[in-house]
Design a binder for this molecule. Structure first.
Ligand SMILES: C[S@@+](CC[C@H](N)C(=O)[O-])C[C@H]1O[C@@H](n2cnc3c(N)ncnc32)[C@H](O)[C@@H]1O
Length: 201
């Protein structure tokens, strides 16, 4: 899919309300992580944020440099309506893979699982995450611990611990990468929680 087709594909999901991935509130592994941070000035990016419940949570907790990135405009518009005080310029309608910027923290919540699980896409994700983070920056979030079936249409696309690490460790030191203990009930036992620190490569 080119960028235009990709945008149309995801926009259509939001227009139709086919958003089964959306848990409707901030994901507990991410809120627990945010809760123990003291530096509220961190530049935080949430790519493939969708309705961005985690961004709203971070903002309400006092993180003022939160950036919401999605290729589809619909969830960004909805977010703005829900949180009119949130700075417009921090809502970014863009393709993650072409996005430019520098962040201290990037949060992952059902973004990795959304694009076709081809090795080149997965390698590009790890490379781009590294590129978008400042030295010492962190990639934190949840990744599905479910097997790939070979079906390139049926989301979410998962992976094994070894597979995730094979893509991420060239660019990141894994500080934590373990079964999430605080996933929402339907995902309990099928998510890894990870904290990856950017390597200086
Ligand atoms: C499975 S949804 C998850 C949304 C949100 N993280 C959540 O948990 O509700 C994947 C999101 O990634 C967005 N997306 C897919 N490919 C993208 C890309 N290349 N750049 C930016 N956003 C993208 C989609 O529009 C969609 O909102």
């Amino acid at each position: 899919m080119n960028k235009e087709e990709l945008r149309n594909f995801w926009s259509a999901r939001y227009r139709e309300g086919s958003t089964g991935w959306d848990i409707g509130y901030p994901s507990p592994p991410l809120t627990e992580y945010l809760d123990q941070l003291t530096d509220k000035s961190l530049r935080v990016l949430i790519p493939g944020a969708g309705n961005a419940h985690e961004a709203a949570y971070a903002w309400e907790q006092g993180f003022k440099n939160v950036y919401v990135l999605d290729i589809a405009q619909e969830p960004l518009t909805a977010f703005q309506e829900k949180l009119p005080g949130f700075p417009k310029e921090q809502l970014l309608q863009d393709d993650f893979f072409g996005h430019e910027g520098t962040y201290d923290l990037i949060l992952e919540q059902t973004f990795f699982c959304s694009f076709p699980p081809l090795p080149e896409n997965r390698a590009a994700y790890a490379r781009k995450m590294h590129q978008l983070l400042a030295p010492g920056g962190k990639l934190v979030g949840v990744w599905f611990d479910i097997p790939l079936t070979g079906d390139l249409e049926k989301r979410p696309f998962g992976g094994t611990r070894e597979e995730y690490l094979s893509y991420l460790t060239p660019y990141f030191d894994p500080v934590v990468f373990t079964a999430a203990h605080n996933s929402i009930k339907p995902r309990l036992g099928s998510e890894f929680f990870g904290i990856f620190v950017r390597k200086t490569v």
